[in-house]
Design a protein around this ligand. Structure first.
Ligand code: IPM
Ligand code: MG
Length: 389
């Protein structure tokens, strides 16, 4: 065999840096205090951050609906909507940072954030290798839980996914190594507290919402160390919730079971590592009408960010279709935002109005093309429905 000492030494040195970073993160999450209590805050600042592609369109329409719903709170000074500029792909490339420092400081001055999708550079698209703004924000604000509900009432589907949001294959996703021209290695990370906190949140949610089952999804038969640890820790947390049934699944068969009409309505709450959660929630959203209809909450102890589960759809913009973008994903995220900050009454009004517009009356539908309503028309339809409720 050729002598690879130099390549191995270089890789080991980079690996050391990566381990130091992850061990520092472990210390930070172990030291994190309790979650903030929004009811004790004098004022809650909602940051509104448009993002790229169709992001500004669907975010602006959602902010408009939320501002209308919370008008009295805004007037009384209990809520402030604050626009955060600069989370665009152009500005991120100009600063060569996933989130430019001044934008991050502005985000950190908010309590919760409504964020439009952002464009993520990928191999071969000619853009520099900048980490996804999404992934960076989840890490910077330690938004460890990605909560993604999917409901299709007519089919008995009522699922809530608890996707671990800062670890797994994403923790050091942009720090993989090309050890030689012929060998590339990526890394997958599981930590004890990182897993326990997402598992606890999933079980607490199940308990508070009368869900009788939690399904743990991994690939622990193959990814034995990190997925094995994730599975064992979830099973350990499950012991504190004897009234809730727990089952274990591998991700491959779970993706199949979600299309099994006889079985899928039995599932309620899922807890799973980052990458599997990413993949399966797009599949799940498809049953509800596509990713354009699904919102996503990114929850941490200090901050929370609410977004669509989909990307910025640059093709829609290139084809001049941005005005036809579906705002439902962001409006669903708005429901989660309202619930998270304790405005449950407003959340349930918005949720009912959305259900009515999307599943019952269906006076307008958004198709993403000029065959359907525009984003603004649909948001107006939701606002009119709200006014009648
Ligand atoms: C999501 C998205 C992101 C992810 C991308 C844009 C980095 O697919 O929120 O599901 O992979 O988490
Ligand atoms: Mg995704």
């Amino acid at each position: 065999m050729k002598n690879y000492n130099a390549e191995i030494e270089a890789a080991v040195e980079k690996y050391r840096t990566l381990l130091e970073g992850q061990l520092a993160r472990v210390e930070r999450i172990n030291a994190a205090g309790d979650a903030v209590d929004y009811t004790k805050m004098d004022k809650i600042i909602i940051g509104v951050c448009g993002g790229d592609g169709i992001g500004p369109t669907i975010t602006a329409e959602t902010a408009r609906v939320l501002e209308h719903l919370l008008a009295d709170e805004v007037k009384a000074g209990r809520i402030e909507f604050r626009t955060v500029e600069g989370l665009t792909i152009e500005n991120r490339i100009a600063h060569m940072k996933a989130i430019p420092d001044d934008v991050l400081a502005e985000l950190k001055a908010c309590d919760v954030i409504l964020k439009g999708p952002t464009t993520t550079p990928k191999q071969g698209d000619g853009m520099p290798n900048i980490e996804s703004a999404n992934v960076a924000m989840r890490k910077e604000l330690d938004l460890f839980a990605n909560v993604r509900p999917v409901r299709v009432p007519a089919q008995g589907i009522d699922w809530t996914f608890f996707r671990e949001n800062t670890e797994g294959s994403y923790a050091v996703g942009s720090q993989g190594q090309n050890v030689t021209d012929d060998l590339a290695i990526d890394f997958c990370v599981t930590t004890t507290e990182g897993t326990r906190r997402i598992a606890k949140l999933a079980y607490e949610f199940a308990k508070a919402n009368g869900k009788e089952r939690v399904s743990i999804v991994t690939k622990a038969n193959v990814i034995k160390t990190t997925d094995g640890k994730f599975l064992n820790l979830c099973l350990d947390v499950a012991k504190d919730y004897p009234e809730i049934a727990t089952d274990e699944w591998f991700i491959d068969i779970m993706t199949a079971k979600l299309v099994d009409e006889k079985r899928r309505r039995d599932f309620k709450v899922f807890v799973l590592p980052n990458l599997y959660g990413d993949i399966i929630t797009d599949e799940a959203a498809e049953f509800q009408g596509g990713v354009g209809t699904a919102g996503s909450a990114n929850i941490g102890k200090r901050y929370a960010m609410f977004e669509a589960i989909h990307g910025s759809a640059p093709r829609m913009v290139a084809e001049g279709r941005a005005i036809y973008a579906d705002p439902c994903s962001m409006l669903r995220a708005g429901v989660m935002l309202l619930n998270h900050i304790g405005y449950n009454k407003e959340a349930s009004r918005l949720e009912k109005a959305l259900d009515f517009c999307m599943f019952e009356e269906k006076k307008l539908t958004v198709t993403g093309r000029n065959t359907g309503a525009t984003c603004r028309e649909f948001a107006d339809y939701v606002s009119e429905t709200l006014a009648k409720m």
